[in-house]
Design a protein around this ligand. Structure first.
Ligand code: ARG
Length: 457
């Protein structure tokens, strides 16, 4: 098949070379962005009298026909036409004849592909922000229902201090809030138009880049044509924001795996989000959080991959840059898919508040509160810490929890202990006592939830 760039060549392209250089198998995902960019470009060409208005109208009509065929799944891409840009141009020429060849006036695939990528990321970043908000809404719903549910709080995965389960969940709400902030920031750099940079040096035609920016909804225009065609920072920013989001999703997934284990039984994931074992009939496996945890790896890999592709490239465009796409598509799809699952999985999980309470009742996580108790009665914290350490040791040796020691036991360790110690040690009171701003007291958590709701609306 003859190539759009075939004029200079006397031999057919080697088949394997054709396969190596072609990107149509994956960059067909940019088809609608490519048409959108071309529509704006040709509109501008007509307005600037670079081509006749009549030709511009014919080309626009042809592009809209191609778009219609795209939407009806009627386009058959060919590897011989290498990439989405040349495939679309071929479809256009098939549709309207030789006049279609005027579309590429004053443009190169280098500024074209960069524009497509900007348009693609703009759309998907906005979509991802919406999906994150869906997860946040699910977290909020569970948090509101579980302000009074007490769960052991951990450090080093050792029981530390009891917390409200809502407080624990809400930590993820704020992580996701920062994630959205990073995406919004990255849009600032996505919002720059490369088109009009030509292959690298600009163009001899009197184009109007401001008009194209206006038509495509870009706020800024790259002021340097060489930078415009070789910048992939905006993709790297997206990939790194995506990596951080996946890291958060992975941490939450890890908690869900732990919490739904037989040992913990703090939550039960809905049947529709679990799978069984082909051999062990009793199994209900948390495959979804496991896979979300694992998929984080490929998103990190995509970031490292592109950073590495770009690190040695001289200006301006290099074919290496075609390798920016698969990792970006994969990241968008992985992230969107993960967020779509995470929201409903959290929404439908059952919280086993009895198991959580049982856990809290069978540990020493109220030890800090005995120390604080003695401090309130005048003892320096460091001394109190020493006394309580001995009490905990005594309790462990006698196979008792702190609420089970008698007042005589307590008074043996310090004369400041009185009957009100039992009140202080009750888990609900332990939680309620942490009323400092951002703390886990039920009152603080309620305020936090109100703040989060305001933020989300
Ligand atoms: N498919 C190419 C890419 O993704 C488009 C730009 C090709 N430009 C070129 N001069 N070969 O990067």
């Amino acid at each position: 098949m003859s190539k759009l760039w075939g004029g200079r060549f006397t031999k057919e392209t080697n088949k394997l070379v054709e396969e190596l250089t072609a990107s149509i198998s994956f960059d067909q995902k940019l088809a609608s962005e490519d048409i959108e960019g071309s529509l704006a470009h040709v509109q501008m060409l007509g307005e600037c009298n670079i081509i006749s208005t009549e030709d511009a109208e014919t080309i626009k009509a042809g592009l809209l026909k191609v778009k219609e065929k795209l939407e009806n799944g009627e386009l058959e891409y060919s590897v011989a036409n290498e990439d989405i840009h040349m495939n679309i141009e071929k479809f256009l020429i098939d549709e309207i004849g030789a006049v279609g060849g005027k579309l590429h006036t004053g443009r190169s695939r280098n500024d074209q592909v960069a524009t497509d990528m900007h348009l693609y990321l703009k759309n998907h970043t906005q979509e991802i922000i919406g999906l994150i908000e869906g997860v946040q809404a699910a977290i909020l719903k569970q948090a509101e229902a579980n302000v009074d549910t007490i769960i052991p709080g951990y450090t080093h995965l050792q029981r530390a201090q009891p917390v409200s389960f809502a407080h624990h969940l809400m930590a993820y709400f704020w992580m996701l809030e920062r994630d959205k902030g990073r995406l919004v920031d990255s849009l600032e750099r996505v919002n720059w138009l490369p088109l009009g940079a030509g292959a690298l040096a600009g163009t001899t035609f009197p184009i109007d880049r401001h008009r194209v920016a206006e038509l495509l909804g870009f706020e800024h225009i790259y002021p340097n044509s060489m930078d415009a065609v070789s910048d992939r920072d905006f993709i790297l920013e997206f990939l790194s924001a995506a990596s951080i989001i996946m890291m958060h999703i992975s941490r939450l997934s890890e908690e869900l795996v732990i919490w739904s284990s037989q040992e913990f039984q703090f939550v039960e994931l809905d049947d529709s989000f679990c799978t069984g074992s082909s051999i062990m009939p009793q199994k209900k496996n948390p495959d979804v959080p496991e896979l979300l945890r694992a998929k984080t790896g490929r998103v990190y890999g995509n970031l490292m991959g592109l950073l590495t592709v770009l690190k040695g490239l001289p200006l301006a465009y290099n074919k290496d840059m075609q390798e920016d796409k698969e990792g970006m598509f994969d990241t968008v799809e992985t992230l969107e898919g993960s967020l779509q699952l995470l929201g409903p999985m959290i929404d439908t999980m059952t919280v086993n508040d009895e198991k959580m309470r049982q856990a809290v009742n069978q540990d020493y996580s109220n030890a800090t509160d005995i120390a604080d108790y003695l401090v309130t009665k005048g003892l320096p914290f460091r001394e109190a810490h020493e006394v309580i350490g001995k009490i905990v040791l005594y309790a462990i040796e006698n196979k008792k929890f702190l609420l089970e020691l008698s007042i005589d036991d307590y008074q043996k360790f310090h004369e400041l202990f009185e009957d009100d110690i039992y009140e202080v040690l009750a888990p609900d009171n332990v939680v309620a006592a942490r009323g400092s701003y951002g703390g886990t007291s039920q009152a603080q958590v309620k305020e936090q939830i109100e703040l989060a709701k305001k933020q989300l609306s």
